[in-house]
Write a protein that binds this ligand. Structure first.
Ligand SMILES: [Zn+2]
Length: 357
């Protein structure tokens, strides 16, 4: 096998299986193995995955990282939106290298429910912004926010008509969902879509399985598993100059997925049922119940907010909500200065900023 990142050949790469999933999954994940390059630590799945089945899965069942945080905002009568600290911390990094103002054009690939865009708005940054997003529920929220959205996964062919259009392209927890066969084509397409001197920002899990096999990064539905070394190889070979490549988040050594798995198992978090509409999808019973409980909570919160507005009137309610918003914003600096967002070695997320050419 030739490594797609460092291009060395290895006849007997290390093999891993996917760990138990606490969300829904495709049966394919139980059948696939992850092969890891001993030279650069890149992990790739060893099988093709049916594109239609994967699209179905994303559209109908996969909420990803944003699901548990964003649900409560769906029906807020005053239209305020929660600020995502991760996005703020990412923007703080990017603006060290690139000034973001209304003259800039940003493309995000896989925005989820628009956390990055909302953070930009909260900082008063009015750059032009467009996103590719395949997930239906996320698309609904993006529409609600008035964001220009292309309702599909990004494919390398989408670069046609987009050559040299953007000052910044963002992929936050998105590249690891791409099948290894498309990773390099995607990176190369990103390079061509950037204006000369444009920047690519990328955040992925630090899933170097050769170093951290028990950090719980062998997760469904990721298809490619990056290390800092593999990203360095991949970007450098594709006409990028790397400005920043470091890790942040919790330390990988502090995690123990085996222990977590035992606990989750005891709580019944690995019980699956076949999806009645699609036999390739296995629905996690615990996760379904959790989501139901979350929407019930959001519904109750929404009702309470509406009552609040009815009693106090729109003007006074808006003032109170603005005040709460200001108080929450004051805590942003505290949040961003915690260890979690500090750049240090061997932590769980890799952040990369690279310049075209
Ligand atoms: Zn390699």
């Amino acid at each position: 096998m030739k490594c797609l990142a460092c291009e060395t050949y290895e006849d007997q790469p290390q093999e891993f299986t996917f760990q138990d999933a606490t969300i829904h999954k495709l049966k394919d994940f139980d059948e696939m193995k992850i092969l890891v390059c001993p030279n650069c630590g890149l992990g790739v799945v060893n099988q093709q995955i049916d594109a239609t089945a994967l699209t179905d899965y994303y559209n109908s069942t996969y909420g990803g990282k944003t699901k548990k945080f964003a649900l409560s905002d769906m029906g807020n009568p005053l239209g305020t939106h929660s600020i995502d600290f991760r996005s703020l911390s990412q923007i703080a990094l990017i603006t060290n290298f690139l000034e973001l103002d209304e003259s800039r054009a940003i493309l995000e690939i896989g925005s989820g429910k628009g956390d990055f865009y909302i953070a930009l708005k909260n900082l008063g940054i009015n750059s032009k912004y467009i996103t590719f997003e395949p997930q239906k529920e996320a698309q609904q929220k993006l529409r609600h926010l008035g964001i220009e959205t292309i309702n599909k996964s990004f494919e390398p062919d989408d670069l046609a008509e987009r050559e040299e259009q953007y000052d910044l392209i963002v992929m936050s927890h998105s590249l690891e969902h791409f099948h290894p066969d498309y990773v390099e084509k995607t990176i190369s397409a990103i390079n061509r879509m950037l204006k000369p001197g444009g920047y690519f920002f990328c955040e992925v899990p630090n899933a170097d399985l050769s170093q951290y096999p028990n950090a719980g990064e062998r997760v469904v539905p990721h298809l490619t598993f990056f290390s800092t070394r593999s990203l360095n190889h991949l970007l450098s070979r594709n006409n990028f100059k790397i400005n920043f490549l470091k890790t942040c988040g919790n330390l990988q050594a502090d995690k123990n997925a085996n222990e977590d798995r035992k606990r989750s198992n005891a709580r019944g978090m690995y019980e699956f049922r076949e999806d009645p509409d699609n036999e390739r999808i296995l629905r996690n019973v615990y996760y379904d119940n959790y989501l139901e409980e979350q929407s019930r909570k959001a519904f109750r919160k929404n009702k309470l907010l509406k009552l609040f507005v009815t009693i106090l009137g729109e003007r006074i309610s808006k003032r109170i909500f603005d005040l709460i918003g200001k108080m929450r914003r004051a805590s942003v600096e505290d949040a961003l200065s915690t260890e979690y967002f500090r750049y240090r070695d061997k932590a769980e997320f890799i952040r990369l900023l690279a310049r075209k050419g």
